[in-house]
Design a protein around this ligand. Structure first.
Ligand code: FES
Length: 330
């Protein structure tokens, strides 16, 4: 079967490469003068189109491998070459394969016979082409490959099927919060007007859902969403450290020094300045983030160390298609 397919392919390419335009039918008198064939230009166009297709396929391969050094640069080079080669093929076609004829005439009301003449002019302008099928096939391959290269990056918008891995986190009820050196964090060590970063004990700190920010607020200023009344410990609240806009680390804390007149506290992402209100459950008060920071419920053990009282209120990290349908968050 494979051999049959190979023979079919060879026969098609051979037929496309050797076929000519003469089908023996009667044609009206020419308007555009017949142009001399240019087999070399045709082969150059075919070669350019094939190279354009290969460049576009190269883009897809580099994108799919996703582990090459300088991946972005290679993708840019591959896509740039694909477009440049396609443009070169069109330029060679225009200059060497299309008969150019300028006919000046009065611009009158549309007439059917004039429209037919225009169609004939367009058709006859390709009189220099002898391998139309081969050129059409390579042009189709090149444009399909470039089209695919343009569509493939849409896969980065997020997975469609296995979404569960985005909602798995290392946080469980009873898991201790530790600092970057793995030391447990006493609740008494969290002071107002300071921002702390914590991780799950024995967890992988590199995991996107691992780091949380801890801060102490005035308990009477907390207005957490319904169902989260017990999520804070003496005003200490914990939120995912990963911004829900594009995944930068929340590293700025706007804290009021003169509460009656200052802005309320805010967790600020330094990338595009999304600002989240820690008093109201991490709701977005400014910036491009589209959903709140996920909150982690807290409790204190007998030794006064902070522990998780459960999992996050919602999916961690940048949003993806359907993120709002996963696990309730408010
Ligand atoms: S990544 Fe945080 S605001 Fe854009």
């Amino acid at each position: 079967m494979r051999r049959l397919w190979r023979w079919f392919l060879v026969a098609f390419v051979w037929r496309a490469a050797t076929e000519t335009e003469d089908d023996g039918s009667e044609r009206p008198p020419r308007i555009v003068p017949d142009g001399p064939p240019s087999p070399r230009a045709e082969l150059v166009v075919v070669a350019l189109l094939i190279l354009a297709a290969l460049s576009a396929v190269g883009f897809i391969v580099v994108y799919a491998l996703d582990r090459l050094p300088y991946q972005t640069q290679w993708m840019g080079i591959a896509l740039g070459c694909a477009f440049a080669l396609l443009a070169a093929a069109l330029i060679v076609t225009a200059h060497h394969l299309v008969v150019t004829e300028e006919l000046e005439d009065e611009y009158g009301s549309p007439q059917p016979e004039v429209a037919a003449q225009v169609a004939q002019v367009v058709s006859e302008s390709g009189s220099r082409l002898r391998r139309r099928r081969l050129l059409a096939a390579t042009a189709g391959i090149a444009t399909t490959a470039i089209g695919l290269a343009a569509i493939v990056p849409a896969a980065s918008l997020g997975p469609i099927y296995d979404l569960n891995r985005f909602t798995r986190t290392p946080w469980r009820r009873g898991r201790r919060l530790v600092d970057q050196h793995g030391r447990p964090i006493p609740a008494a060590a969290i002071h107002t007007q300071e921002l702390f970063t914590a991780f799950p004990e024995h967890g992988d700190p590199e995991e996107i859902s691992a780091p949380v920010v801890l801060l102490r607020l005035e308990p009477d200023q907390l207005h957490l969403p319904k169902g989260r009344s017990g999520w804070a410990v003496d005003g200490i609240v914990a939120y995912s450290k990963i911004c829900t806009h594009a995944g930068c680390a929340i590293s700025l804390y706007r804290t009021p020094l003169f509460p009656p007149v200052d802005e309320p506290p805010g967790l600020v992402c330094p990338c595009h300045y999304s600002t989240f209100d820690p008093q109201t459950g991490g709701t977005v008060v400014y910036g491009p983030a589209g959903r709140p920071l996920p909150q982690l419920p807290l409790m204190v053990d007998r030794r006064g160390h902070l522990r998780a009282a459960g999992d996050y209120s919602g999916p961690v990290g940048p949003s993806w298609w359907g993120v709002r349908n996963r696990k309730a968050w408010s």
